[in-house]
Design a protein around this ligand. Structure first.
Ligand code: AMP
Ligand code: ZN
Length: 145
């Protein structure tokens, strides 16, 4: 990893992380020197309308939503996937999961929803930074494809 100064997206209530006065994250740099997409999102994307209780987790809306609510919930610190974070730091893994459930409550998904964490190639993971998909707002089919 390589330290960079994270920017904040201009949102109506300002950047909560900046308001807390904290440095944000150590952006993960892959061997090919690309900076992880979701490390960048964690540093810069703070949707004003969903603010979690913990500064170590960031929710943001999926750019290609598959349901009326489709929010991604990620740890600010880089972890490749849910299994890796559960191994490395179970407390942090639980914090991310609890934040995903909190997002579902804030989104009014009292009728139910789905949490999905794709892992690896067969799991269909395309971004290698842990993200819980919070999907809801319509009846979801099972099984997945
Ligand atoms: P997965 O296939 O589980 O790795 O999910 C990756 C998700 O990230 C997909 O649902 C994409 O639509 C979403 N995504 C990719 N880039 C962005 C972005 N810049 N902002 C928000 N969502 C994104
Ligand atoms: Zn990352």
């Amino acid at each position: 990893g390589r330290r960079v100064t994270p920017g904040c997206a201009p949102v109506s209530v300002g950047c909560p992380a900046r308001a807390r006065g904290g440095a944000l994250s150590l952006l993960y740099e892959a061997p090919d020197r690309t900076v992880c997409l979701f490390c960048r999102s964690a540093a810069g994307a703070f949707p004003a309308e969903i603010v979690p209780k913990t500064p170590r987790v960031v929710p943001f809306r999926d750019v290609n939503p598959q349901a009326p609510t489709h929010v991604l919930v990620i740890p600010v610190q880089h972890a490749a996937n849910a299994a890796e974070l559960a191994d490395a730091d179970p407390g942090y893994a639980g914090e991310v999961l609890a934040a995903a459930a909190e997002v579902a409550r804030l989104e009014g998904l009292g009728n139910g929803y789905r949490l999905v964490a794709n892992i690896g190639v067969d799991g269909g993971q395309t971004v290698e930074h842990l993200h819980w998909h919070v999907l809801g707002g319509r009846p979801l089919t099972w099984p997945p494809g």
